[in-house]
Design a protein around this ligand. Structure first.
Ligand code: SAH
Ligand code: SF4
Length: 343
């Protein structure tokens, strides 16, 4: 059988060109576009605007949406979705509502090769990269399910987005242009990889760029993040500075607080030294426990102490308590094998 063409992820001109090749008038391109991105059609059967006979003939093209295999709702209304992809693998997406926003935390890969010590995804190994349409699908799924427009997207689910740029960049463009979410409302989070930060910067996207720093010195960073061995903190920070120059956007640094490991006053001071003169915002993330390791989340007092020390150094900083803990949907809790657990 010929490989099936996937329509999701295609732009309006691409859809128009595709549909005219199928013998339809070109105005049908706009209709297809609207049904895919606005109405969230999940199958040909949904698209009643097209003649039924014609739809039945479309065996060579699929919409590109996947089925919800399982989903759970945490008491704070965060919803976690397990989506079953065409090859039967499972990917996770999370919908996080607040009074003004609906944020989707998307995965860019199934699993992750980076193996960070505190992260459930990292503990589960790597399966494969996601295709652009499999990323876009996560957003439309959440949009459909909540019945409201998604306002923000964060690449903070499973995977390392900078290891999948050939799919992540087109996904970002489509999320921006086709779903209509402003680039400034999109965030890519990365643990940082040599060359890749520069590669992303040269796309000159107006997205928010977040770097998972997690340590104030090289030694601690190497203990937490295996790849830090080949990428010094100094070099990482230099690449981030260059990113600010190229994109004109400030960098966000994420810093997990692990009790006794990286949350002491001297760590806050060390961090402040590194960030002096940087256009940045620091997000402190109190650690979410995972079963494989015995790190501890610091007390509220310790978190506040760290926060205040950075504030005293004039660093823009906030604490992000993860949502969705009870649905195993919080940062670092997404893992490839949850499917079995929830069935
Ligand atoms: N691979 C990318 C994006 C996915 S991880 C990255 O590492 O940045 C998204 C965020 O969740 C990262 O900041 C990551 O460090 C954080 N995270 C991972 N495990 C966590 C845990 N157990 N508790 C809190 N945050 C965690
Ligand atoms: Fe991968 Fe990010 Fe988890 Fe590290 S923290 S293992 S880079 S998903």
């Amino acid at each position: 059988m010929a490989t099936q063409e996937v329509l999701l992820g295609k732009s309006l001109p691409e859809l128009t060109s595709w549909i005219t090749q199928q013998g339809q008038p070109s105005y049908r391109g706009k209709q297809l576009y609207q049904w895919l991105y606005e109405k969230g059609a999940t199958s040909w059967a949904d698209m009643t605007v097209f003649p039924q006979k014609w739809r039945e003939l479309q065996e060579n093209a699929v919409i590109g949406r996947s089925a919800i295999h399982h989903y759970s709702i945490a008491p704070d209304q965060t919803r976690k979705y397990l989506l079953k992809l065409a090859d039967d693998v499972i990917v996770e997406a999370v919908g996080i509502p607040t009074s003004k926003r609906l944020t989707v935390c998307v995965s860019s890969q199934i699993g992750c090769i980076m193996g960070c010590d505190f992260c459930a995804t990292g503990k589960g190994g790597f399966t494969r990269n996601l295709k652009a349409h499999e990323i876009i699908d996560q957003i439309l799924t959440v949009q459909n399910d909540f019945g409201e427009r998604v306002t923000n997207v964060v690449f903070m689910g499973m995977g390392e987005p900078l290891l999948n740029l050939p799919e992540v960049i087109p996904a970002i463009k489509s999320i921006n242009e086709d779903i209509g979410i402003g680039q400034r409302s999109l965030t890519i989070s990365t643990v940082g990889l040599p060359q890749k930060i520069r590669e992303l910067a040269h796309h000159k996207l107006q997205i928010t760029f977040a770097v998972s720093l997690h340590a104030s010195n090289q030694e601690t960073r190497e203990k937490l993040i295996p790849s830090a061995n080949h990428y010094s903190l100094q070099q990482l920070l230099a690449d981030c500075r260059e990113n600010v120059k190229i994109t004109g956007r400030r960098v966000t640094f994420e810093y997990i607080l692990l009790a006794g490991v990286n949350d002491l006053p001297q760590h806050a001071q060390e961090l402040a030294q590194h960030l002096r003169g940087f256009q940045t915002h620091v997000n402190l993330i109190p650690y979410n426990p995972i079963s494989e390791v015995d790190y501890k989340r610091p007390s509220k007092e310790r978190v506040n102490q760290f926060l205040n020390l950075l504030k005293q150094e004039n660093i823009a900083v906030s604490v992000r308590y993860s949502r969705g803990l009870e649905a195993d949907a919080a940062c670092g809790q997404l893992r490839a094998n949850t499917v079995l657990k929830n069935q």
